[in-house]
Ligand binder design. Structure first.
Ligand SMILES: [Zn+2]
Length: 397
């Protein structure tokens, strides 16, 4: 059978979180969507040869499990990019001032919903910003009232607007006990802030100093290790059991730390955690495209005004929302794992959070994607993430 003109239609994909593997059955349909055959792709060679000739893929509508949309005019400018593609997004709470109460999160959610332009069916999932003085009762109430989906731990000073974050994890022990009891996930920016630790080692040191002891102390607390950037983080999550999962950004799959210095300093490639050596990028790509249910999509799309990026002290953050899903598709294609894109983008996250998967679907086609223009927001501009070559996949429906 020739594969030309065939479309991947995942007909039944099951995520078994406990067993940490995804069983993939693929349906192949012709252009009139007539079902032709179903195969279990067990042989690596057969799988790669079939997948490399696929020009279109339909996946269940994905979610973004890590997103910054800011506020005000910026919020209105950036939310539509995400809402067009993703059914839900975990909204990061690092505004100024941060989102620390359920009332604050509820009002923020309303502002996000009112920014939707075409009546998109998009659900913002709100998070609480943890501080040294967070009241466990407020977190529990917000969770019970379906305002807070999760809570975010920023070590104080680790990244953009994290000055009010937690100075010592011991200060939030009671909050973590409560979250463990009510089954509310803790989302962690996993870097130490100790200035004596090299910036490229901060994630690795965080695992030893904070993450591992926290897992042991709160064995039933669900933890998402956000935007992992190192092989050490990949290995840790793989081995730590079903208590922990990790998000992986599109930019950490396609750039290493050299991208920051290509021909000069490149402020638009700067984010935190900072991109690492090539061996770490390779480990992240292997993890994301492996089908392991403990890894899922989280863009960490984080817009800043160009004037704040191109500055003597430029802000950390990459705005990738316009092309995130297409970049992931390209990575899965390059790794011979297109059939596992849906697991990473649409199934593994809901399985970990205990939420249903989305209705609806997104169709991607092979072909050069047009580059994104800069966004004008008032007198400011936001520069979308761009790779050297055009992205080789585009969303068509
Ligand atoms: Zn973030």
């Amino acid at each position: 059978m020739s594969n030309e003109g065939l479309v991947i239609v995942p007909i039944q994909q099951k995520v078994s979180f406990r067993r940490r593997r995804t069983v993939v059955f693929l349906g192949f349909a012709n252009s009139r969507s007539q079902f032709l055959s179903a195969v279990i792709l067990s042989s690596k060679e057969i799988r790669e040869s079939i997948l490399s000739s696929i020009n279109e893929i339909i996946i269940r509508r994905p979610d973004d499990w890590h997103l910054h949309v800011r506020d005000g005019a910026f919020l209105n400018a950036v939310v539509p990019y995400t809402a067009k593609v993703f059914g839900r997004a975990i909204i990061m709470p690092n505004l100024t001032p941060p989102v620390i109460t359920a009332a604050g999160a509820s009002a923020y959610r309303d502002r996000i919903l009112s920014s939707l332009v075409d009546g998109e069916d998009f659900e913002p999932l709100m998070t609480a910003y943890l501080t040294d003085v967070t009241d466990p009762a407020e977190i529990a109430r917000g969770h019970e009232n379906f305002v807070f989906t999760a809570a975010k731990l920023y070590p104080a000073g680790a990244t953009t607007n994290s000055d009010n974050g937690v100075t010592d994890i011991a200060n939030i022990s009671r909050v973590l006990e409560t979250m463990e009891k009510i089954g509310m996930p803790l989302l962690i920016h996993g870097e130490v802030t100790d200035p004596d630790i090299d910036i490229f080692d901060r994630e690795k040191v965080f695992i030893d100093r904070t993450l591992e002891p926290t897992l042991q102390r709160f064995p039933d607390l669900k933890i998402v290790f956000e935007h992992i950037t190192t092989k050490e983080a990949v290995d840790f999550v793989k081995e730590a059991g079903s208590q922990i999962a990790a998000t992986i950004t599109p930019h950490h799959l396609v750039i290493n730390r050299n991208a920051l210095f290509t021909g000069g300093i490149r402020p638009h490639m700067y984010c935190l955690p900072i991109a690492k050596r090539e061996k770490h990028r390779i480990a992240l790509r292997a993890a994301a495209t492996s089908g392991d249910a403990s890894f899922f999509l989280g863009t960490d799309s984080a817009p800043h005004p160009v004037s704040d990026k191109e500055s003597s002290c430029g802000c950390a953050g990459i705005f990738n929302a316009p092309s995130a899903l297409e970049i992931y598709a390209q990575v899965f294609d390059e790794e011979g794992s297109l059939d596992l894109l849906e697991c990473f983008a649409s199934l593994n996250g809901p399985a970990f959070y205990g939420l249903p998967v989305n209705d609806g679907s997104i169709t991607l086609q092979r072909g050069d994607r047009p580059r994104d223009p800069c966004l004008s927001v008032g007198h400011e501009e936001i520069m979308p993430f761009e790779m050297e070559k055009p992205v080789g996949w585009k969303i068509v429906a």
